[in-house]
Design a protein around this ligand. Sequence first.
Ligand SMILES: Cc1cc2nc3c(=O)[nH]c(=O)nc-3n(C[C@H](O)[C@H](O)[C@H](O)COP(=O)(O)OP(=O)(O)OC[C@H]3O[C@@H](n4cnc5c(N)ncnc54)[C@H](O)[C@@H]3O)c2cc1C
Length: 420
Amino acid sequence: MLEIPNINSKDAKFKELVYDVKDSLFKEDNYSKKEFEHLCVCSGGTTSSCAKNGFTTLDLRKNYSKIHFYKESNLVTIGGGVIMGDLINHLQKHNRSFPIGLSKLPGAGYILTGGVSPLSRAYGLAIDNIESIKGFLGNGTFISLKKNQISKEKKLIWEAIKGAAPFFSIITEIGLLTIQSNPIKVIEGFVNLNELSEIIKLSEKFPENISLQWIYAKKIYIYIFAELKNSLEDKRTKAYFLLLEKFSGLEKKFYENFNEINFFPKDLELYELNVNNHSEVISLLGEDLKNDIPIFIKCLNEIMDNKPNNSCYVASQQLGGKTKKLNHGSSFFIHRKSTWKPWIYASWKKNDLQEKALVMDWMYKSWIKLKRFYPHIHLAQLHNHLNSHKEELTLAFGNRIDELKTLKNIFDPQSILPPL
Ligand SMILES: Cc1cc2nc3c(=O)[nH]c(=O)nc-3n(C[C@H](O)[C@H](O)[C@H](O)COP(=O)(O)OP(=O)(O)OC[C@H]3O[C@@H](n4cnc5c(N)ncnc54)[C@H](O)[C@@H]3O)c2cc1C
């Protein structure tokens, strides 16, 4: 059994688990002899695609787990099997941090698929902070790329690594910029739908150091997250937080650093790690709601009224700010105008196929309803086992999909990695 957070993958009856992954595995002879029909790759093991019935999984966690911080440059290198919690714990020893997401559990998949953090409005997406990578292409060829030393021929690979790496490569090492670890102020708590509507309106005017994340499970819980880099930000944050004092369910909290925060408190009773459930998640992208906030709230209400069981939820995180501006010679996260990343979490009692069908139908119908506000996809979860895969690819990569197909044809001709 694969000891990982995602229950679908944990329960998968995989063909082979390669735990002792070594660079020599990728040497042409060994690699072609293996005759993998399709490889699953496991880093943090938080998705339903890192192990599947009948397929081989390469588990990067054992042999690609090193973290090395370079004091002189403030850069860090991490193995392809490192989880984000270990990264920021390591960096905290040097008073540094990294824009990880809302959970410490995801692995390198978080970085390679974009990486939306509560700190992204100030520091960009995780991919905007990649300085170098090492790894193997689907055909077994070793690659090592450094941001300021990319030749013309390697430019497309470098761009595609940032957002679409899993389709044609296995990344064994990532070099990252780190950031100064600063104190964080959070306002969090339960709100009702009208309050959420007011708070979304306020948040669309937030400065870059503040971001809103909300989750609508049984009830609605919000986090307004503010990094305090200097006294100006402190002052500005106080002014915004004053506007939030009228919401009686909200509470102010102060954290010495980002590591101390655990999003999604136990009282939300989320089913994410419930061993009796299986789940799928779809992540969307779109711009500010502006005058559409009331229609969006109505739509959200309908979606939640129709959810087939208590474990399903809809949530959202705010991006924008630097994620709009930083593009670092472009990447395959193409929807740079986006300021919201909502996701739909669909979950059912495992082995209950009838309930699974109902829940997946709810997920797709909810996605259709939300498309008018959030027309794009953040491909943080690969769904090549679902019928929606093709549409998700188009909505994630837009007119760069042909370039990605070209890369795949050249560097993963046997389609060992997830198909396009
Ligand atoms: C609780 C929770 C909170 C989350 N919060 C956020 C958030 O705030 N922001 C955000 O952007 N996302 C968030 N996510 C989504 C998450 O970042 C993505 O689903 C990500 O792909 C998970 O990566 P993983 O390594 O943990 O997953 P895995 O299941 O191990 O990997 C997923 C897939 O990514 C590819 N992959 C992973 N590592 C490598 C590698 N080294 N080389 C090549 N391919 C690789 C493989 O195809 C693999 O099958 C969250 C997920 C969870 C479960």
